[in-house]
Design a protein around this ligand. Structure first.
Ligand code: NAD
Ligand code: DAU
Length: 367
């Protein structure tokens, strides 16, 4: 566990997690503290996607320190690093929604590119000043996406780590730029970095602007289930807790400067996903009129520049580090639908506020 050496005065491992109030960041913090007796400093700007309710179970847990702030604020990040002396920075903070990046790319450039640059600068200054063995043990883990590789044709092999970068949306282009910066900080300055490129996640606390939670929430509200284009676009789905386990694995055992692709070997067409969600809801919370939720499916105008297919070849992380997903799509999607049914308060709290305005803007223009 060379990456997890630095400890605070209580002898506990300290990590700094950015974007900790978002979907994957929050799942990561919850899982981390369930497995380690360490301390997590969470840094999150609390944009529309950041939700402290995701971390409410840690409210009275002294192992969790939350700071509201921007990864682009190098002064703040530098202060936090000096004060808490973490052994790792795990960077989840990002603007993450492709549709939003089409309507307004600027925030994506600011956070995903400029923000990552400032975070790297702060991490480099901190790491340069560390004494051994902390210096050797330090890690900067950057969480990225399979979307940087672009779109695959039907019969092309899944994305390996050496696939060329061909991002097609402002979101994926901004993530690609951040990946390049992370790589450059390793090659130029020796910063001990790791990068992970993961496929589509799903699970608890997923913001209901993304496909799976949107379909669950709309179905239960009796609203249309908007499928873009012909619904035959393919994504490779991974249960979020498997992603969190993969990140822990890379953090502990990953080779410095390497990238690791993470995926669930679950290629599914969007329309099949929507039918699966409907079938689970038909079973677990049948409609009062006895009809299937699939009757609410509506085909709407496609996303501009919509990538047709993503698929991850996850053999490197499996062969080198021994990580494999624990959930199948069938077990993961059932847990997810169940979570949304059991957490209707979380959904209604998310739906009040900025989220509603965004939904109106996005779907009003699709007709
Ligand atoms: P999310 O949108 O749910 O959460 C992002 C979090 O980052 C939010 O809490 C937000 O408040 C915070 N944030 C945004 N800008 C910030 C800034 N400037 N400073 C500090 N915090 C800021 O996103 P997610 O789905 O949890 O994704 C997390 C990371 O994983 C992202 O980097 C994303 O690119 C990557 N990723 C996501 C998926 C997926 O399927 N969701 C798949 C692969 C990779
Ligand atoms: O592949 C990893 C990426 O997965 C992450 O990097 C992104 O942060 C994450 O948002 C996700 O991107 P996608 O664009 O694939 O996710 P989204 O849930 O927005 O859409 C999934 C698919 O469903 C996509 O093909 C578009 C389609 N879709 C989406 C919505 C919101 C619909 O058909 N209808 C919808 O209403």
């Amino acid at each position: 566990m060379s990456a997890l050496r630095n400890t605070d005065y209580r002898g506990k491992v300290m990590i700094l997690v950015t974007g900790s109030a978002g979907f994957i960041g929050a799942n990561f913090v919850l899982d981390w503290l369930a497995q380690h007796d360490g301390i997590v400093i969470g840094l999150d700007k609390l944009t529309y996607a950041g939700n402290l309710e995701n971390l409410v179970s840690l409210k009275d847990d002294p192992r969790h320190i939350f700071v509201r702030g921007d990864i682009g604020d190098a002064g703040l990040v530098g202060k936090l690093l000096a004060q808490y002396h973490p052994c790792a920075v795990i960077n989840f903070a990002a603007e993450s929604h492709v549709d939003r990046s089409i309507h307004g790319p600027e925030d994506f450039i600011q956070t995903n590119i400029v923000g990552t640059f400032h975070l790297l600068e702060a991490a480099r200054a901190y790491w340069s000043g560390l004494a051994e063995p902390e210096k050797t043990g330090f890690r900067f883990l950057h969480v990225s996406t399979d979307e940087v590789y672009g779109s695959l044709a039907k019969d092309e092999p899944a994305f390996g780590e050496t696939h060329r970068y061909e991002p097609n949306s402002p979101y994926s282009a901004s993530k690609a730029a951040s990946d390049h910066l992370v790589r450059a900080y390793h090659h130029t300055y020796g910063l001990p970095v790791l990068t992970t490129n993961c496929s589509n996640n799903y699970g608890p606390y997923h913001f209901p602007e993304k496909l799976i939670p949107l379909m669950i929430v709309n179905a239960l509200a009796g609203k249309p289930l908007p499928v873009y284009g012909d619904g035959q676009q393919i994504r490779d789905w991974l249960y979020v807790k498997d992603h969190c386990a993969a990140i822990r694995c890379v953090l502990e055992k990953g080779r410095l400067g390497e990238t690791y692709n993470i995926g669930g070997w679950n290629e599914k067409a969007n329309l099949d996903i929507v039918h699966t969600v409907c079938a689970l809801l038909d079973e677990l919370r049948p409609r009062s009129d006895g009809k299937s939720y699939s009757e609410q499916i509506t085909f709407v105008t496609d996303r501009p520049g919509h990538d047709r297919r993503y698929a991850i070849d996850a053999r490197k992380i499996e062969n080198e580090l021994g990580w494999k997903p624990a959930e199948t799509f069938e077990t993961g999607i059932r847990k997810t639908v169940r979570w949304y049914l059991d957490n209707q308060n979380w959904v209604s709290n998310v739906q009040s506020g900025a989220y509603r305005q965004w939904v109106e803007k996005n779907y009003a223009e699709r007709g």
